[in-house]
Design a protein around this ligand. Structure first.
Ligand code: UN1
Length: 484
C-alpha cells in the first residue's frame, strides 16, 4: 500500500470524487427526493442521493427480468466485474473512506472480499449448470460492508440468473452506485440488476412485501430480519427464502494456558478493528481469573497504542463510527456504565468518533443488546465454571462468532461440543472470514444460513430441485422464540 505509485492512484481516486452523486440505477427514470450524505470523519457533505420512491420501486419491479444467459456467460461477466473492481481500487478506497469512514486497512480487506465473492460465486454457478433462478430477488445490505456484503449478495443472486433489486444501506448509496455501474459495465443487463437507494419504511418495505418477490437476502439487525420475515410470511410466494445474516453478542474465552501476547493482539483486533462495527466483532471477553489482572493491563496498554483518527491516514487503526445517531447511542451507553469503565481512549472531537472503551462486567448476561462500536466488555471466570460460561453465551440466543485462546486440545473439543455458534476461532482473532476457504454465517438469532462464501450458499438462490440443502428459511429464525 505504501509504494508511491499505489498512493498516487489512491490520491487520484480521491480527487476524482467531486461532486458525488448517486441516483437509482433502474431501467426507467429515477424519481424521489434528494438527501445529503456526510463524511463521518469530518461531518462535511460529500454528495447526495436521489432516493427511490414507491413509483420507482413499482417500475423497477415490472422492469425486472431474470438473466437469461448461459451460466458460462454470466460467470464470465461476474469475473469481468471483479477485474473492473480491481481496476478502480483508487476510487473505491476513497469512497470507502469518505462515505463509510473506512480505514485503508479495512478498505483493502473490503475490496478483496468483494472481488473474491464475484469470482467464487462465478465458479460455484458453473458447478450448477442446470439450476434455475428463483425469479426476483431483493438484496438489502448494511453500511458496515458497503462494498463486500453488497456485492456478495448481488453476485450470488446474479450467478444463478436471478433479477436483483438491490437496496443499499441509507448511509452508503454512493459506493453501491459505483459497484452497480461496474457490474453494468461488465455486461450485467440493467433489467437483471437495479439499484434502489432509499429508506426501510418506503423502499425496504415495498421490496419485501410485494408478492412478485421470490426471495430476500438480508444482512443487518436481528430486529429488521424479524420484520422482513413477518412481511414475507404475509405476502410472498410460499417458500420464498429469506437468507439472513444478522447480529451477534460474540464472546471470547482466554484461559490461563493462552499465550498472552498473541491473545492480546487478537482481542484488540477483534474488538476495535473497523471501530467495532462488524457483526463478527468481539463484544464480551472472558479471562480466566488467575491471569486476568496481568492480561487486562496488557489490553489497556495495547489499546493505548491504537491510532484513532482520520481513516485516510495510513497509520490510523480506528476510524469514526458511521453517523451521529450511532455515536450518540454508543456514547450514551458508555455514560450509563461509567462506574464499570476500566479504560477509555481519547477520540477526535470532529465528526463521529467514539473512543475505544473497555468495560468490566460480571458476565455476558449483562449485555442487553449488541453495541455496534468500539466497546469491549470483560469478565473473569474460574476454571471450574467454564461450562457455566458457555451456557451463558448460549443463553443469549445469538451464535455468530466465538474465539478461544487455549493450549489444551481437549478444551477445544469441550467448547465445540457445548457451544452453539456459526464460526469458532481457536488461537486467532475472530473477524475477517475468508470467502471460499472459510464460509461465514450464524446460528440462532444470528441468521438463517447457509453460510456466505460457502458451497451451499448458491442453492438458496435457485428453485429447489431434488433434496433441499440443510436449513429451511423459516426454521432457524423461528428458533428466535429464544427471547431474553
Ligand atoms: C458483518 O459484519 O455484517 O468475518 C458480517 C468478518 C466479516 C463479517 C461480516 N465477514 O469479520
Amino acid at each position: 500500500l505504501s509504494d508511491d505509485k499505489t498512493l498516487a492512484r489512491i490520491e487520484n481516486g480521491r480527487k476524482s470524487l467531486a461532486p458525488l452523486q448517486a441516483t437509482p440505477l433502474t431501467v426507467g427514470e429515477a424519481t424521489g427526493g434528494a438527501v445529503d450524505l456526510r463524511n463521518p470523519a469530518t461531518g462535511e457533505v460529500i454528495g447526495s442521493v436521489v432516493q427511490a420512491d414507491q413509483d420507482c420501486v413499482a417500475r423497477a419491479m415490472s422492469d425486472a427480468a431474470i438473466w437469461d444467459a448461459p451460466v458460462t456467460e454470466r460467470a464470465a461477466i461476474l469475473r469481468k466485474a471483479a477485474d473492473l473492481y480491481e481496476r478502480d481500487f483508487g476510487v473505491i478506497f476513497a469512497l470507502l473512506a469518505r462515505e463509510a469512514g473506512k480505514t485503508q486497512l479495512d478498505a483493502v480487506g473490503e475490496l478483496r472480499e468483494a472481488v473474491d465473492f464475484l469470482r467464487y460465486y462465478a465458479g460455484e454457478a458453473e458447478r450448477r449448470p442446470d439450476a434455475l433462478p428463483l425469479g426476483r430477488v431483493t438484496a438489502i445490505s448494511p453500511w458496515n460492508f458497503p462494498l463486500a456484503i453488497f456485492t456478495g449478495q448481488i453476485a450470488a443472486a446474479l450467478a444463478m440468473g436471478n433479477a436483483v433489486l438491490a437496496k443499499p444501506a441509507e448511509q452508503t448509496p454512493l459506493i453501491a452506485a459505483h459497484a452497480v455501474a461496474l457490474l453494468h459495465e461488465a455486461g450485467v443487463p440493467r433489467s437483471a440488476l437495479q439499484l434502489l437507494p432509499g429508506d426501510g419504511p418506503t423502499v425496504g418495505a415495498a421490496l419485501t412485501s410485494d408478492p412478485r418477490i421470490d426471495g430476500v437476502v438480508f444482512t443487518g439487525s436481528t430486529e429488521t430480519a424479524k420484520r422482513i420475515q413477518r412481511a414475507m410470511a404475509k405476502n410472498l410466494t410460499p417458500g420464498a427464502p429469506l437468507i439472513a445474516e444478522t447480529g451477534g453478542l460474540n464472546a471470547m474465552i482466554v484461559d490461563s494456558t493462552a499465550l498472552p501476547e498473541q491473545a492480546v493482539r487478537d482481542i484488540v483486533a477483534s474488538a476495535f478493528q473497523s471501530a467495532g462495527q462488524r457483526c463478527s466483532a468481539l463484544r464480551c471477553l472472558y479471562v480466566q481469573e488467575d491471569i486476568a489482572p496481568a492480561l487486562i493491563e496488557m489490553i489497556k496498554g495495547a489499546m493505548d497504542e491504537l491510532a484513532v483518527g482520520d481513516p485516510w491516514e495510513l497509520a490510523t487503526d480506528v476510524g469514526p463510527v458511521i453517523d451521529r445517531e450511532a455515536k450518540t447511542q454508543i456514547d450514551a451507553y458508555v455514560a450509563g456504565r461509567s462506574a464499570q469503565v476500566l479504560h477509555r481512549l481519547k477520540a477526535p472531537n470532529a465528526g463521529t468518533f467514539v473512543a475505544p472503551t473497555l468495560i468490566e462486567v460480571a458476565g455476558i448476561e449483562e449485555l442487553e443488546r449488541e453495541i455496534f462500536g468500539p466497546v469491549l466488555h470483560v469478565a473473569t471466570y474460574k476454571a471450574r465454571d467454564l461450562d457455566k460460561v458457555i451456557d451463558a453465551i448460549n443463553a443469549t440466543g445469538y451464535g455468530l462468532t466465538f474465539g478461544l485462546h487455549t493450549r489444551i486440545d481437549d478444551r477445544v473439543q469441550q467448547v465445540c461440543d457445548r457451544l452453539h455458534v456459526g464460526n469458532l476461532y481457536v488461537n486467532r482473532n475472530q473477524i475477517g472470514a475468508i470467502v471460499g476457504s472459510q464460509p461465514f454465517g450464524g446460528e440462532g438469532l444470528s441468521g438463517t444460513g447457509p453460510k456466505a462464501g460457502g458451497p451451499c450458499y448458491l442453492d438458496r438462490f435457485a428453485t429447489p430441485q431434488g433434496p433441499q440443502v440443510a436449513g429451511t428459511w423459516e426454521a432457524p429464525m423461528d428458533a428466535a422464540a429464544i427471547q431474553r
